[in-house]
Write a protein that binds this ligand. Structure first.
Ligand SMILES: *Cc1c(COP(=O)(O)O)cnc(C)c1O
Length: 379
């Protein structure tokens, strides 16, 4: 089976991991801060906080932004469930903004319309969480204008998007947001096995996320709320978690980061080949904004009809196609909260016709032709 996505592990990665295994620290050593600094430098952000998954990073980010019970977080229905679940962990309420049918990203104009309505009924969101679907940035400039006008915070779910760009900056720079989050799951752009990272330009948000990552404990006397007992003292000043990344993961991530630009370049070569070899078929290829380079995590096509038959027959041919995504609001958990089919028609229409074709750096030219041949046989 050719999967839709998979990691690339080199001898250099294996050597980097082995070196950590022979070192003094498997956790809480020098590899995590080195990886954090390298990603922050790459993205042009001031601070980075590494954690054990993007889900954990989203959770800590919501807490750092003071999202709590009675607050609203708005996100896209066309995402992985973690983008919405992070608000529920904080006891907050979730609502969705429909997608732009061209980019499949949260629509800035739908957001503007929904904000206008929400202001009238006094139900404005505290946090808006745009998701850079398939690695292509949302319209961050427009979202930033709305954030300033309506006073909400912006948390970018950039799980798909490390290595992509917006305007003249890497995604993750946080030029138009408070916090950006990356995922290092093996199907994503670079991997640490499990892992994630939150980037920000705010020192105070960094301090909160660092503390919440490790039980809510501080060793900084300036943060302590009781007079320190002695040089051994640590104080738990709030309820945190163990969301830490290990040294093993960080060493793998640092090694992978050295190949990030090569990975994204290869993804572009493969997507260009799909664009060319599928252009005469009656299917919708993914739109790529020429002004902002996508990280190209996914290559989702839309078929006009027979999605189920085509999907099954591709799977049968050994092509590990997938659907990104089943709209979050149609999941049983979210239906139970009151959402229903029909709430976000653009996301639903896209999802009903979507098939993600395999796209990852190690996909060979021959494998790509196998995929193309199998797809062409469907029409
Ligand atoms: C993968 C993904 C996540 C969750 O990432 P983990 O690192 O697996 O927790 C969150 N949001 C989006 C959009 C994702 O694709």
């Amino acid at each position: 089976m050719i999967p839709y996505g998979r990691q690339d592990i080199t001898e250099a990665d294996i050597a980097a991991v082995t070196e950590v295994l022979r070192s003094d620290f498997l956790t809480q050593g020098p590899a995590v801060p080195r990886f954090e600094q390298a990603v922050a430098d790459y993205c042009g952000a001031a601070y980075a906080v590494a954690v054990n998954s993007a889900t954990s990073a989203l959770h800590l980010a919501c807490l750092a932004l003071d999202l709590g019970p009675c607050d609203w977080l708005w996100t896209s229905p066309n995402t992985f469930v973690a983008s919405a679940n992070c608000a529920r962990y904080c006891g907050a309420l979730v609502d969705f903004v429909d997608i732009d049918p061209r980019t499949y990203n949260l629509s800035a104009s739908a957001l503007a319309a929904k904000l206008e309505q929400a202001e009238r009924i006094g139900r404005l969101p505290k946090v808006v969480l745009p998701v850079h679907f398939a690695g292509q940035s949302c319209d961050m400039r427009a979202i930033d204008v709305l954030a300033k006008r309506y006073g909400f915070r912006v948390l970018e779910d950039a799980s798909h998007a490390i290595g992509g760009r917006y305007e003249d900056m890497p995604i993750g720079s946080c030029r138009y947001s408070d916090i950006s989050v990356f995922s290092f799951h093996p199907v994503k752009i670079i991997t640490t096995g499990e892992g994630g990272m939150a980037l920000t330009n705010h020192e105070e948000l960094t301090r909160r996320m660092v503390r919440l990552r490790s039980h809510g404990i501080t060793r900084d006397p300036a943060e302590m709320t009781q007079t320190p007992d002695g040089p051994w003292d640590y104080q738990q000043i709030e309820l945190g978690f163990n969301h830490r990344m290990t040294e093993i993961q960080a060493a793998l991530g640092f090694s992978q980061l050295q190949r990030l630009d090569d990975y994204v370049r290869r993804r572009h070569v493969l997507a260009d080949a799909y664009d060319d070899l599928l252009k005469d078929l009656p299917l919708q290829r993914p739109y790529r904004n020429p002004d902002h380079a996508s990280a190209l995590h996914l290559y989702p096509v839309q078929v006009e009809q027979n999605r189920r038959v085509i999907f099954e027959s591709l799977r049968h041919a050994g092509i590990g196609v997938n659907v990104h995504y089943i709209p979050v609001h149609t999941q049983p958990y979210y239906r139970q909260l009151g959402f229903k089919l029909g709430d976000y028609p653009e996301a639903e229409a896209y999802s009903a016709r979507a098939i993600s074709l395999p796209l990852f750096p190690r996909l060979s030219d021959d494998e790509l032709l196998t995929v193309v041949t199998a797809v062409r046989e469907q029409f």
